[in-house]
Design a protein around this ligand. Structure first.
Ligand code: NAD
Ligand code: UGA
Length: 474
């Protein structure tokens, strides 16, 4: 690398993986750095077609504000393509934003991260990169994965590139992503911090220089590679731990007459605790918390830290227990049986403002209720029927029958002749349900089960609807 300069001015970026991280992150960088050409590549042709769709409501992921940025930058300095090799060859910086799910078979199955996509993309980079390339680990990975990436890259870096007659040279950085779905654009635009781990100061500053276009340098933290990789897993584990803590206290509130919202507020005002991430709910979902904690557990056991592993395992156990607890509460409230009863499920995504259903608590709760014999009418503003079918492993039914589910296009359709309404995702529109109209079309006695504490329960109650709110009502 050129050591006369403190950083390389990046002109061409390739991002491998056009998913929930690769798509929005590259879109935001493109919108801030008009002089950088960005190719976002994926093997999945359908996903790339969706990113290139003229109809912006057809983008592969729903994220507020993303469509406007895509409209502004696409085919100007932001491109979505399946031409992985050419895009790698052109790039002076390559982000790896591929999936790292939990391994389903082999050593560490059910806990360790499956790094086959990281390995495959590193091999693609090794084979097709030209000259000097900075490789940035954007995916969440186990500690010391950068070592594996370096080994794969270095296997080929001794080879002279046939066309260019130039020696390949790589620098590997860790730059974990902390965005949350549903607020990704805002999180990317106003991050709490940017974390860059690495050994090569020149490469670190080349990446930092991109972020400095819109992020204060004070927020850009430089660490060693392993601290950076471990900080990402630790951040997710701490966030999830807060949720299991408050969800465990929610159950105790119900038994003692305390109100979990009041408890959250009271403890959150202690500046050492802080007010965020204390909203009790049906258990955390999303593609990362569970897989990252499983990965942490695997690492702890691998290094012989069994007590530490057990500590983090309890965070997952409480989460799973919370989801089962809610399913049981619903059955108890409906006089101990839901066989043949119609239950309206409002919200299927794992949180509001996203169409993502990965690890959504709705999946387990719905499966439990279907197994108990209920017919669910499921409505979510952004989740499609075929996604729910795939998550539940059950085709949508055309009629109300035992142990089935039907798809509803709106709240009213879902609530018609329902014995209960269960709010599972905190979508904005569920805060403003017209309870008078809803009560009229429900079967009596009618129940509102609010696992997010967002409904106007006083209004609902005034029309005769029976109420159960998480962490408040017995
Ligand atoms: P995703 O499944 O939505 O996207 C990954 C994409 O990579 C897929 O489209 C897949 O086809 C593509 N891919 C895999 N191997 C490839 C290859 N060799 N060449 C080209 N494309 C390839 O995953 P995601 O949610 O974007 O997560 C990506 C990583 O970021 C994970 O490690 C995750 O833990 C981490 N992360 C995710 C979030 C989030 O909110 N989803 C936030 C922070 C970090
Ligand atoms: C989470 C982290 O917040 C991000 O920093 C991280 O980058 C990301 O995981 C990742 O690595 O994938 P995300 O899963 O998108 O982001 O969404 P969160 O806002 O963290 O919500 C996770 C789950 O916790 C959701 O099911 C949500 O409903 C639930 N939650 C969140 C609560 O029940 N209560 C709260 O107070 C907050």
């Amino acid at each position: 690398m050129n050591n006369n300069k403190t950083f390389l001015k990046i002109k061409n970026i390739c991002c491998v993986g056009a998913g929930y991280v690769g798509g929005p992150t590259m879109a935001l960088i493109a919108s801030k750095c008009h002089d950088i050409k960005i190719n976002v590549v994926d093997l999945n042709q359908e996903r790339i077609n969706q990113w290139n769709s003229d109809d912006l409501s057809n983008l592969p992921i729903y994220e507020p504000g993303l469509d406007l940025i895509i409209k502004k930058c696409r085919n100007k300095n932001l491109f979505f393509t399946t031409d992985v090799h050419k895009s790698i060859a052109e790039a002076d910086m390559i982000f790896l934003a591929v999936n790292t799910p939990t391994k389903s078979k082999g050593i560490g199955a059910g806990q360790a991260s499956d790094l086959k996509w990281i390995e495959a993309s590193a091999k693609q980079v090794a084979d097709h990169a030209v000259g000097t390339t900075i490789v940035v680990e954007k995916s969440t990975v186990p500690v010391r994965t950068a070592e594996t990436i370096k080994q794969i890259l270095n296997l080929s870096s001794n080879n002279i590139n046939k066309n260019q007659k130039k020696l390949k040279k790589f620098s590997v950085l860790s730059n974990p992503e902390f965005l949350s779905e549903g607020s990704a654009i805002d999180d990317l635009e106003n991050p709490d911090r940017i974390l860059i781990g690495g050994e090569d100061l020149f490469a670190i500053e080349s990446l930092a220089n991109i972020y400095k276009r819109w992020v204060d340098d004070k927020k850009i933290i430089r660490t060693n590679l392993w601290s950076s990789e471990l900080s990402k897993l630790t951040a997710n584990a701490f966030l999830a731990q807060r949720l299991s803590s408050i969800n465990s206290i929610a159950a105790l509130c119900e038994s003692t007459g305390a109100d979990v919202n009041e408890v959250s507020k009271a403890i959150g005002l202690d500046s050492r605790i802080g007010e965020k991430f204390l909203q009790s709910g049906p258990g955390f979902g999303g593609s990362c918390f569970k897989k990252d904690i499983l990965n942490l557990i695997y690492l702890c056991n691998f290094y012989g830290l069994n007590e530490v592993a057990n500590y983090w395992k309890s965070v997952l156990d409480i989460n799973s227990w919370t989801q089962d607890r809610i399913s049981r509460e619903i059955v108890f409230k409906l006089f101990g049986t839901v066989i043949g009863k119609k239950i309206a499920i409002l919200g299927f995504s794992f949180k509001a403002n996203t169409n993502d259903t990965r690890e959504s608590p709705s999946i387990k709760i719905c499966k439990n209720l279907i197994e108990e014999g209920a017919c669910l009418s499921i409505y979510d503003p952004k989740v499609e029927k075929k996604q729910i079918e795939s998550d539940l492993g059950l085709n949508c039914s055309n009629e109300v029958k035992i142990s089935s589910w039907i798809f509803a296009n709106n709240i009213f359709e879902a609530a018609k002749n329902a014995d209960a309404i269960v709010i599972l995702t905190e979508w904005h529109e569920f805060r403003y349900i017209e309870w008078e109209k809803i009560y009229k079309i429900m079967r009596k006695p009618s129940w509102l089960i609010d696992t997010r504490n967002i409904a106007n329960y006083k209004k609902a109650e005034s029309f005769g609807i029976k109420i159960w709110r998480i962490g408040i009502d017995k």
